[in-house]
Design a binder for this molecule. Structure first.
Ligand SMILES: NC(=O)c1ccc[n+]([C@@H]2O[C@H](COP(=O)([O-])OP(=O)(O)OC[C@H]3O[C@@H](n4cnc5c(N)ncnc54)[C@H](O)[C@@H]3O)[C@@H](O)[C@H]2O)c1
Ligand SMILES: O=C[C@H](O)CS(=O)(=O)O
Length: 483
């Protein structure tokens, strides 16, 4: 592995400050060539319980630090992540496949969550409320919820971790993290830097292994008071049910299926450029990427032509190679899903404008593909494709566009392009989603509340809201004796 400092590379789990292996190991492969990068521990419920106990043991002293001290340690972590961004990006591209410039961007995005919550740590304000009875004083404070658990996906292996760990630590909580088996090395490297920054033993624990057994311990152990999950809706629903008996606080960042709506009065050059960014970031393996593209009939042909010229410029290749825009998908299962959505669409009347055929039948690349004459009956309009597929669907009226956009179970992100402020106001207010991009295809930032509605999840990450996810409100009523 071509790293500037090999010490950042770790392939062991972190429990109570100790990096440890296991009798069972599992391969970590490079999706670009299938080669084994290393092996990591395949742990289960037993080690998960040890990690939860370590987090519980570390809780009292961590939450007793002042918010300023916690913030100071978080900022040291932030500075180390930024200083090692190139090595972290290399590790991420090797295990996840995204182009190096995207990986570097994600590392800096991940670091921005650490900085944001280092600052927010000092603003966990309570309040004193005027009492209706002068024998009472009403004080409200915010306290850390306690031991937390986090389960994260492979598509953004750095940002999805700091979006949970940073607010948890800022609030005074401790945490046990289970990253995806496809991308554990980014997690180990990132959280190893937290240890270097002075995060005490047991405050952060990270383990890899049997997802079901690790998840079963996290959801059933009463010491865990909060679960934060990012991943598919189906897994999120199961974890939610498994947390019910112990009444845990939940954050669920789940699946998406973003509509991308281009109206007749849109700036077509802008809309096409923003669609390239939204659709093909991480080869389309992004929860907020444009999944279905609705174009008003007056500009359908013209927009398709403008968009096609931009798609032709995209370079498919190894993420480590300069100039690569689209790396490999994570695995063959992902490739099969894209092919399935294309075949289904062709059977239902769509045609291929560009792409359509996988790079080969053995590797994980898939070329950027655009479909003409797509419609609402197709799988690609109702399911998350999670690949470089852009189905172009024609619509007539504003109301028709809103109805189609709201027609799926998902409600994470949506995008609309119009130069008419009445259209913008009407459509953005009626879209059933947690986040709307108006005349932009990139909306993700640590300062804004990230999250969705319906089957896309519960709660928000980032912004002020992100800290509240790790805090509990305590109301203290002071009796002042007889009036
Ligand atoms: N809303 C968001 O912010 C957001 C961000 C990124 C990804 N996602 C979603 O995640 C999905 C893609 O990621 P994925 O394929 O890794 O999702 P996934 O649900 O298959 O896996 C996510 C995590 O859950 C773990 N997991 C799987 N089954 C489990 C179980 N039974 N018990 C405990 N843990 C279990 C996995 O090991 C992984 O760590 C997409 O649907 C995407 O939209 C959402
Ligand atoms: O997959 C969706 C993640 O949330 C990535 S990002 O926050 O949109 O960059």
């Amino acid at each position: 592995m071509n790293l500037q400092d090999l010490s950042i590379f770790k392939n062991q789990c972190l429990i109570n400050g100790q990096w440890s292996s296991h009798s069972e190991l599992i391969d970590v492969r490079n999706p670009a060539d299938g080669k084994i990068l290393t092996q990591v521990p395949y742990m289960d419920g037993i080690e998960t319980r040890l990690a939860i106990n370590a987090a519980n043991h570390a809780l009292s002293s961590w939450k007793s630090l002042t918010a300023y001290k916690r913030a100071e340690i978080l900022m040291k972590w932030h500075d180390l992540v930024v200083a090692r961004a190139n090595d972290l990006a290399t590790i991420m591209t090797l295990e996840q496949g995204k182009p190096l410039n995207e990986a570097k961007g994600e590392v800096l995005y991940a670091a921005s969550y650490i900085k944001w919550f280092a600052e927010e740590a000092r603003r966990a304000y309570g309040e004193i409320i005027p009492s209706e009875d002068n024998t009472k004083k009403i004080h409200v404070t915010k306290e850390p919820i306690g031991v937390c658990a986090a389960i994260t996906p492979w598509n953004f292996p750095a940002a999805m971790i700091t979006r949970k760990v940073a607010p948890a630590l800022a609030a005074g909580c401790t945490i046990v993290v289970k990253p995806a088996m496809e991308t554990p090395l980014t997690a180990f490297a990132l959280l190893g830097l937290a240890q270097d920054a002075g995060v005490p033993d047991g405050v952060i624990n990270v383990l890899t292994g049997d997802a079901k057994k690790i998840g079963a311990e996290m959801t059933s152990n009463p010491i865990v008071r909060k679960l934060s999950f990012t991943g598919s809706t189906s897994v999120g629903a199961k974890l939610m049910a498994d947390c019910a008996p112990s009444i845990k606080k939940l954050s669920l960042e789940l699946g998406g299926n973003a509509p991308f709506i281009v109206f007749d009065d849109a700036n077509l050059e802008l809309a096409a450029s923003e669609l390239i960014k939204s659709k093909f970031r991480n080869a389309g393996q992004t929860c907020v990427c444009a999944n279905r593209i609705y174009i008003q009939k007056g500009v359908y042909k013209q927009f398709s032509e403008v968009f096609l010229e931009k798609v032709k410029q995209l370079k498919v290749g190894n993420g480590l190679e300069a100039g690569t825009n689209i790396g490999p998908l994570i695995d063959q299962k992902a490739v099969r899903k894209v092919r399935q959505h294309i075949e289904d669409a062709l059977c239902k009347g769509a045609s291929i404008l560009i792409g359509g055929e996988p790079h080969s039948n053995s590797d994980n690349w898939f070329p950027p593909t655009v479909l003409l004459n797509a419609n609402q009956t197709m799988q690609c309009a109702n399911e998350e494709t999670f690949g470089p597929l852009a189905p172009l669907i024609c619509f007539d009226t504003i109301d028709a566009a809103i109805q189609m956009a709201n027609s799926t179970e998902f409600g994470l992100a949506a995008y609309m392009f119009s130069e008419n402020h009445r259209t913008i106001e009407k459509v953005s207010s009626r879209l059933e989603v947690g986040m709307v991009g108006v005349n932009t295809g990139i909306i993700s930032t640590a300062v804004a509340p990230f999250g969705g509605v319906k089957s896309s999840g519960i709660g928000r990450e980032g912004a002020r809201a992100g800290l509240d996810e790790y805090l509990e409100i305590k109301y203290v009523c002071y009796g002042m004796g007889l009036s």
